[in-house]
Ligand binder design. Sequence first.
Ligand code: NIG
Ligand code: FE
Length: 406
Amino acid sequence: MHDLVIVNVQLATMVDGYGAIHDAAIAVQGGRIAWLGARADAAPAAQTIDGGGAWLTPGLIDCHTHIVHAGNRSDEFEARLDGASYEEIARAGGGIMATVRATRAADVDALLRASAPRVLRLLAEGVTTLEIKSGYGLTLESEATMLRAARRIGQLLPVRVATTFLGAHALPPEFAGRADAYIDDLCATMLPQLAGEGLVDAVDAFCERIGFTSAQTERVFCAAARLGLPVKLHAEQLSDQGGAALVARFGGLSADHLEHLTQDGIDAMAGAGTVAVLLPGAYYFLRETVAPPLAALRAAGVPLAVATDCNPGTSPLTSLLLAMNMACTLWRMTPAEALAGCTVHAARALGLHDDIGTLEVGKRADFALWDIARPADLAYAMGLNPCRLVVNGGVPRAPVVSWPRH
Ligand code: NIG
Ligand code: FE
């Protein structure tokens, strides 16, 4: 007998488009999907949940966030609306460095307190897997603190956390004028030590005029490869640096942002199976006007993921459903593409596609149950959260969870 069966649901399996199965049921055994099919064929289980005709999707996956950080940058938001650019603010010592100053002053508990409201909001919307980057510490100790806070979130809350080391996010002041020396230190000391502690699932960098050059990024990727860690990249966000082609050359999981991506980059990504992670929150919040080249990405068959990029500077966004809406409204992604971008393709962007992202027998039983008439409603209803129930590894929970007391 199965542990759990959810009957009377419409399944969006996300295998080949929505992969809809109407009047269906899905059974769980040992935290994994054991069976799915027509409701009439469902066998009895230890626990039965009646879905009341609602839609059941894979749990949502936010595959690109900087959600662990201290402080906020609403002052910079005001300055940008007054005419200052993101790059000007960064060059004047604000931007990422402003958050670095706040984050360095915080310990793990303070980071958890600061991040809790953001994480809980994602969880209420059916997020069951969350990627969290470091990159606001920029010292061994402070990057470790960020990554420990990220791991702690995965232990305290019903969410699977994938950590990404983003030590090459900005040049810390201690290394002013010595970017290559910082990258030396990152490759020789920071990354190996953090990886040795089990804190790093993947490695990322910011390849940009205000970040690191492609040569420096390549050295970071070589260090990751020596440790057997997969890579991804903030690429072509503000300008074309050839980052997408570089990360593809390393067999990278994803290239993220991509507003200034060229055809060469697209071809390289298609050849390597590198996912395009599109971040409409940052595009919107920076009032960008150059959209990522969606038609060319589609034509090349590059998988498209969508994420919040939750961060204090370019995307203080804590709703993956709103990111889906923005991807559709701002760029004409289809609602089916947007949902695939937060499930099956987001899983691929984390290297977890064998385990999560679709409703298929053998995959982890991570689900969200929605009070909607059709799957497109998820991208459609701006600011509405129709999530009724979430299942994490076979364990049902209410969408809204609170921070555990200790
Ligand atoms: O994804 N562009 C680099 N990193 C972040 C922004 C970081 C920040 O401004 O704090 C991003 O947009
Ligand atoms: Fe980012």
